[in-house]
Design a protein around this ligand. Sequence first.
Ligand code: C5P
Length: 254
Amino acid sequence: SSCAAVVTAAGSGTRLGAGIPKALVPLAGRPMLSYAVAGMALAGVTTIVVTAPGDSLWEFEAAVRPEELAAAAATAWPRTHIAWPRTTATAADVQVVAGGASRQASVSAGIAALAEVQPRVILVHDAARPLTPPELITRLAKSVTERTPAVIPGVPVADTLKRVDASGRVAETVDRSVVRAIQTPQAFTAELLSRAHAFGAARTHDETLAATDDAGLVEAMGKPVLVIKGKCTAAKITTAADLRLAEAQLAALR
Ligand code: C5P
């Protein structure tokens, strides 16, 4: 098997204010996690590891049952079977494991769970981006080669960007044309991702290594990372307003 994924869902998501783990917050009546995993399966990813809070593995397992994945896929990508005739939302092998104290630790736990599968490519994806189109996932996986072993999706930034100091005073205006807002999935050869996490784990007390994503660890090793065009539908759901926007996107499909 050549392409596997780690879907991170071990965060608490307190900003969404739902009182349940963010990945289980419903979107059009189904957990966000069901969509995130179904999209991976539709893209042809064969093995998917979900990192969940250690005290609620059972609830996360329920959200990735085949019926849940099929229902989420039918809601979010009703016409996808035309583009991907041989994959279905239930074709992947899905496993739920306990995450760690940080996102980085959770991804490491996910990578460890894939050791026996020996995939060539690993995609790391946030469950908080449930409507990421399978087409983008396929494009990322295909872009990973020996020469470009780290490929991530990015979109231009619409707002004016300024760097500020601690008191809120503007230090400088940043040239927005050379900046991208980075999404997930982030795609790597399994070999490079494993090395990047070993590098990160050995430097957990290094504050200059404040990587909020996996590509950040690759960059810290001095290795190149390629940015390809992302999709606005891969946006991260953080607030209740983001959730309403995603609901509206789904409603527009019907
Ligand atoms: O907090 P933030 O939104 O940046 O989290 C990004 C992703 O990392 C989320 O999908 C969240 O569930 C996941 N995460 C995790 N383990 C943690 C913290 C966050 O898997 N300990």
